[in-house]
Write a protein that binds this ligand. Structure first.
Ligand SMILES: Cc1ncc(C[n+]2csc(CCOP(=O)(O)OP(=O)(O)O)c2C)c(N)n1
Length: 561
């Protein structure tokens, strides 16, 4: 059956057809036709964020928690540029996000029209692919293609820029007819080459690589397994655990690999790197074989690569060929899906145990510092969060000192329950990303844990959550400082605490609901507003009003004196 539809209507239908259920966005001039069409597609739930950066972070959180594509929408110009940080975070952490931006009408492109920005040019280095839709006939194919590209291989963000006149352009829509080559008009490039399974060097086959790896593991005295985000993305937990248990190799989880292997497992050591644990770093320096699965050996893990793991032969398993040998030299590089390769490796290795090596590593452990004790210590706060959630929640952390405490101290027992901005390290990530995680996992407890600096960057999203009735729990480590920067000033800048004390509003007051929101819900075209019964229900901001303020004042005095 044929119908005359606008590009905006086709855009909505294509999203519904692709299984999209939630969109995080903010309207404006160049995306008006899309917002006009949206109310006719009730299967698309729109979350009106308070800043487009939050839309991108929320889509990212949704994608990481669901394994599906997260979608965000913005208008041209400032709306589109506000997405940039969120897209960069998604790019760095391989999160499948599709961003849809309005663009000025085709005849106006390149004339510095009102709110015209070359968002494709701006986001080229932080997107896997981008499309400037030139004609309504391409739209449905572009959406389907963008969603596939965002997910396949090494996931990442994709941008679709849709000129306003294309959104208004009509076409005779014969579902399910699709343009044959939706890429014909795209701009942008894939920065992540498609992966062909294989082994670098020798015969090049995966089998050969797996056998080389098994031989190295057999001959190793001090082997280590390093687990990265790729294990979570590939759903390779069971296989990684099987590999560790068959060989007895101690396991290290990178910041993004946390919850890729259960904390509390006798083989789990903890996090490496400059904010990691001393015993983990010492183990790396003494290891003779390291099996790295789904990680990129970034500088926060390796420090100076010249002195990283000086005795180790490295086996690197990664989906992306370009990662292998990029940061550290490898003895065996195997390109392929983490689950598939690990499974083969489990079959190829001989059972063994590394008891003495494990004991040796535990000998490096040091007692916790004094500051880790007491009622408001990171340990105690995280233990109470764990207890309150009966150990079953997802933690979304922001960036700073608290992020490292959350990474190191919280016991993650279930896969993919720790979400953070690892690669970009974007403050302001936690609150909106937790909102996305909640929408991906309704009924599950989600905590956003932030510092007072990062929380203030996107705390306006509390209003979004109240309007939408999203019961995300929040904890603010309100120490009165940009703590991690202060720590650097303490150690590397002669204790010159320049511009790091930070004042906070009363977070508990902020979370109190004074009145019902005026215009809640998605659409009020028909006059019906969807306002949640009790929008603030379940919204817990874990700031300690008096105590933290006092502590902040004390610290500030401390610094001045
Ligand atoms: C958007 C952004 N701006 C600046 C930084 C640099 N930065 C890293 S950690 C940090 C301090 C974070 O302070 P806070 O949120 O209070 O957390 P804390 O370290 O005290 O736990 C800053 C400013 C960043 N990572 N992201």
């Amino acid at each position: 059956m044929s119908e005359l539809l606008t590009g905006a209507e086709i855009l909505c239908r294509a999203l519904v057809d692709a299984g999209v259920e939630v969109i995080f966005g903010y309207p404006g001039g160049a995306i008006m036709p899309f917002y006009h069409a949206l109310p006719d597609h009730p299967r698309l739930r729109h979350i009106l964020v308070r800043h487009e950066q939050a839309a991108a972070h929320a889509a990212d959180g949704y994608a990481r928690a669901s394994g599906r594509v997260g979608v965000c929408v913005a208008t041209s110009g400032p709306g589109a540029t506000n997405l940039v940080t969120g897209l960069a975070a998604a790019y760095m952490d391989n999160s499948p996000v599709v961003a849809i931006t309005g663009q000025v009408s085709r005849p106006m492109i390149g004339r510095d029209a009102f709110q015209e920005t070359d968002i494709i040019g701006i986001t080229l280095p932080i997107t896997k692919q981008s499309y400037l839709v030139q004609d309504v006939t391409e739209l449905a194919g572009v959406v389907a293609d963008a969603i596939a590209v965002a997910r396949e291989g090494r996931p990442g963000p994709v941008l679709i820029d849709v000129p306003k006149d294309v959104q208004n352009q009509k076409m005779d829509w014969k579902n399910p007819e699709r343009p044959r080559d939706p890429r014909s008009r795209l701009r942008g490039q894939s920065l992540t080459p498609g992966a062909k399974p294989g082994t670098l060097g020798s015969s090049g086959s995966v089998e050969e690589g797996v056998h080389q790896a098994a031989r190295l593991i057999k001959g190793a005295d001090r082997p280590l397994l390093m687990v990265g985000h790729g294990v979570i993305l590939a759903d390779a937990y069971a296989d990684v655990r099987a590999l560790a248990e068959k060989t007895g190799i101690p396991v290290i989880t990178t910041l993004l690999g946390i919850s890729g292997f259960p904390d509390g497992h006798p083989l789990h050591l903890g996090m490496p790197g400059m904010h990691g644990e001393v015993h983990v770093n010492r183990a790396i320096q003494q290891a003779d074989v390291i099996v790295g699965i789904g990680l990129r050996f970034d500088d926060r893990v390796t420090g100076n690569t010249a002195s990283f793991a000086p005795q180790a032969r490295i086996i690197h398993i990664d989906l992306d060929r370009s990662e292998i040998g990029k940061n550290v030299p490898v003895a065996v590089g195997i390109v392929g899906d983490a689950r598939d390769i690990t499974r083969r490796l489990v079959a190829a290795v001989e059972p063994r145990w590394c008891e003495r090596w494990l004991e040796h590593i535990h000998g490096f452990k040091r007692p916790r510092a004094e500051s880790y004790r007491g009622d408001l210590s990171p340990d105690a706060i995280l233990a109470s969060i764990c207890e309150a959630s009966q150990g079953d929640c997802t933690i979304v952390s922001d960036v700073g000192q608290h992020q490292m405490w959350v990474a190191k101290l919280y016991p993650y027992r279930r896969p993919n329950t720790h979400i953070t901005s690892g690669g970009l390290g974007a403050m302001g990530f936690a609150v909106p990303a937790a909102m996305g995680v909640h929408l991906a996992r309704p009924g599950h407890t989600v905590w956003a844990i932030s510092g007072d600096g990062g929380f203030q960057m996107n705390m306006a999203e509390i209003a979004t959550m109240v309007q939408e009735g999203l019961p995300v729990k929040m904890a603010v480590f309100n120490n009165g400082y940009l703590g991690m920067v202060r720590q650097w000033q303490q150690f590397f800048h002669g204790k010159r605490y320049s511009c790091t004390p930070i004042w906070s509003p009363d977070y508990v007051k902020l979370a109190e609901r004074r009145s019902r929101p005026g215009a809640g819900g998605v659409h009020d075209r028909t006059g019906s507003q969807r306002v949640p019964d009790d929008p603030a229900r379940g919204l817990a901001v874990g700031a300690d009003r008096g105590g933290a303020r006092r502590r902040a004042r004390e610290l500030a005095t401390d610094v001045r004196s």
